[in-house]
Design a protein around this ligand. Structure first.
Ligand SMILES: Nc1ncnc2c1ncn2[C@@H]1O[C@H](COP(=O)(O)OP(=O)(O)OP(=O)(O)O)[C@@H](O)[C@H]1O
Ligand SMILES: [Mg+2]
Length: 231
C-alpha cells in the first residue's frame, strides 16, 4: 500500500538545521493499522506529513499503491484528494461549517454529484453514530463528537490511506476506546490502511503493527497487537 525507502528530512531555519528523519524505510500492507511510536521530537509528525503528501521537501523514495510519488505540488495535491484522509489531535474541523458540511467537503473537492454526496455523507455520519448532531457546528460538539465527525470526514470518500496524528490524545478513556474501535472497524470494512502516530497504549494494543522512531531513526518494528508503546 505505502512503501518508503531512505526518507531523510532536515528542517532549516536561518543557520539552524534540525535533522528530523535520517533514513527511514518501511513497507505497509493494505488494510493494516500501523502505530507510529516514539518519544516527543522523534520525527513521527514529520514522517506522517511526508506519507500524507503534505510535505514534498525531503530526500528518499515514497510509493503509494505501487506508484512512485513525484515530489511536486500538482501530483501530491491530486493524490491527496483522491486517496488520503486525515485525522488530527485537534480535530481540525472547519468552524463555520456544520458537522454535515465538514464531512461532505472532501466529496465537493472531488466533484462528486450532489445526490451521491448526500448519500455518502449520511451513510458515514450514521456509521460514526453522529447523524443526529449533523446540523451542529464544531463548537457546539464535545471533543469526542468532533473527533467522530473528523473520522467521518477522513473516511467519507473511501480513502486508500488514513493518516492520523495523535487522534486520541485529547479524549477521555471511554471516548478514546470508542474512537479507536470506530477507526478499526470502519478501516477493515473499507480496506483502508491507517498510519497512526500515538503515545496511547490503548491505540497501539489495537494495531496490526508498531513502527518505533527514535531520533529520526526507525529502531524496531513489532508485528501483532497488544504491544506497549514506550515513550
Ligand atoms: N517546522 C519545523 N521547523 C523546525 N524544526 C521542526 C519543525 N517541525 C519539527 N521540527 C523538529 O523536528 C524534530 C521532529 O519533530 P516531530 O514534530 O516530527 O516530532 P514528533 O515525534 O511528532 O513529536 P511529538 O510526539 O512531540 O508530536 C524535532 O526535533 C522538532 O523540533
Ligand atoms: Mg507529533
Amino acid at each position: 500500500m505505502i512503501w518508503f525507502e531512505g526518507i531523510c528530512k532536515t528542517y532549516k531555519q536561518g543557520d539552524n538545521e534540525t535533522c528530523a528523519l535520517s533514513g527511514v524505510s518501511a513497507n505497509i500492507e493494505t488494510g493494516d493499522t500501523v502505530a507510529l511510536c516514539g518519544p516527543s521530537g522523534s520525527g513521527k509528525s514529520t514522517l506522517l506529513n511526508i506519507c500524507g503528501l503534505l510535505d514534498n521537501d525531503y530526500h528518499g523514495e515514497l510509493y503509494l499503491d505501487g506508484q512512485r510519488v513525484a515530489q511536486d505540488t500538482m501530483t501530491t495535491t491530486l493524490l491527496r484528494r483522491e486517496k488520503l484522509g486525515f485525522i488530527f489531535q485537534n480535530y481540525n474541523l472547519i468552524p463555520v461549517m456544520t458537522a454535515y458540511e465538514n464531512v461532505e467537503y472532501p466529496l465537493l473537492l472531488n466533484n462528486v454529484s450532489s445526490k451521491e454526496r448526500s448519500r455518502m455523507t449520511r451513510h458515514i455520519l450514521d456509521a460514526v453514530g453522529i447523524a443526529d448532531q449533523a446540523h451542529k457546528r464544531p463548537n457546539q460538539l464535545s471533543g469526542g463528537q468532533q473527533q467522530r465527525v473528523a473520522i467521518a470526514r477522513a473516511l467519507v470518500k473511501y480513502p486508500r490511506l488514513v493518516i492520523a496524528d495523535e487522534p486520541t490524545a485529547n479524549l477521555d478513556t471511554q471516548t478514546a476506546n470508542l474512537v479507536i474501535d470506530l477507526m478499526r472497524s470502519l478501516g477493515k470494512e473499507m480496506q483502508t490502511t491507517f498510519l497512526v502516530a500515538t503515545h496511547d497504549d490503548r491505540m497501539t494494543s489495537h494495531c496490526d503493527r508498531i513502527i518505533r522512531l527514535q531520533d529520526g531513526l526507525l529502531i524496531d518494528e513489532i508485528n501483532g497487537g497488544f504491544q506497549q508503546c514506550a515513550g
